[in-house]
Design a binder for this molecule. Structure first.
Ligand code: LMR
Length: 333
């Protein structure tokens, strides 16, 4: 029979303890983002943390730390941090992936989607789902799409018609499509990190911007923008992403449970986003610092005519088939 010597026993026990200590060390997921807790993305990150940490199957094996408001990494740095393993999850706006794929530029095309429901249908269809996996060669795995909402134009000047924007400087996210969108209005576009926008608007470095209501309200952009045109001219949504190597390296049961939680959180974020934006709009209305401009159908048609030519410039990079699939999503099945 196999007998343990005293030395071997000590060794086996200490190895056992080391193994146990290792198993007890939770897997840490740092989730960094650039917006406020009150926004759809902010709420989604917090819900993910709560669900992971209360999950019976995971049983404390995964811990989540959420860093909102660019407190850990801001725009431009968060993607690099994900690739370096300094954070494990981020959810950048779909406008911020230009370095990794040109296909996601589709989401920036002005007046492509009629509303957020059309965006939802496209994201959940085969073309949208395939895009989640399109950056794995770069080490980025898409886990889902999270809505924020449709963008509104704001400025220190009333924007009723495209000619009103002529010569103004607009802050844009890091997206070539969005730059061209403003150039099509004979306006200037300036790429700027989200955390710098308030000051940029306040000091006049830029005169205007485009944001969903949740960002306008939570960043208090209404304090420094006299006019907000309810243009709904484009979408600002997110891709929840993780580091492919990190994700594939997780124990199978942990990854499967996290995927289940991500699916539930995604559903919840996407169900709640419209209500959060409606609440945010009311906050802006109540603040009474900006005039909210509603477009007549004729005025809206002018904005469409002015901005839509931008599609042609990017059709080659994005693919006409993808643009067609997005347009098809405008019709409810
Ligand atoms: C922006 O830079 O305006 C947005 O992408 C910020 C965000 O994450 O909603």
């Amino acid at each position: 029979m196999f007998k343990l010597t005293a030395k071997a026993l000590v060794c086996a026990v200490s190895l056992g303890i080391a193994g146990w200590a290792q198993a007890a060390d939770p897997i840490l997921i740092k989730f960094s983002h650039v917006v406020a807790d009150s926004t759809p993305k902010g709420q989604g990150a917090l819900l993910f943390k709560k669900m992971v940490e209360e999950d019976k199957v995971l049983n404390g094996r995964v811990q989540v730390q959420v860093y909102p408001n660019s407190s850990l990494f801001g725009d431009g740095k968060e993607m690099e941090a994900l690739l370096l393993g300094d954070v494990q999850m981020i959810a950048p706006s779909l406008a911020k992936f230009g370095q990794y794929t040109k296909k996601l530029q589709i989401f920036d095309l002005p007046f492509l989607f009629d509303d957020i429901n059309a965006v939802d249908r496209f994201q959940n269809g085969p073309a949208g789902q395939a895009l989640l996996k399109s950056m794995e060669n770069n080490g980025i795995t898409g886990l889902g799409y999270w809505h924020n909402g449709m963008k509104q134009l704001s400025a220190n000047k009333a924007l009723h018609e495209p000619k009103d924007a002529r010569g103004l400087k607009f802050r844009v996210q890091a997206s070539e499509v969005l730059e061209e969108q403003f150039k099509a209005l004979k306006a200037n576009a300036r790429k700027m990190s989200f955390s710098e926008v308030y000051q940029g608007l306040q000091t006049g470095v830029v005169n205007g911007a485009e944001n969903p209501w949740s960002n306008i309200a939570s960043q208090k952009f209404y304090e420094v923008q006299k006019y907000i045109t309810e243009s709904n001219h484009g979408v600002l949504d997110y891709m929840l992403i993780t580091n492919t190597k990190f994700w594939n390296g997780l124990p199978d049961d942990v990854r499967a449970e996290l995927e289940k939680i991500v699916t539930e959180v995604t559903k919840e974020v996407n169900n709640e986003a419209a209500a959060l934006n409606a609440k945010a709009k009311q906050q802006v209305v109540d603040a009474k610092t900006s005039e909210i401009i509603e477009l007549t159908p004729e005025e809206r048609a002018q904005w469409v005519d002015a901005m839509k030519p931008v599609w042609k410039e990017f059709e080659g990079d994005i693919g006409a088939d993808l643009i067609e699939a997005a347009q098809a999503a405008n019709k409810a099945q």
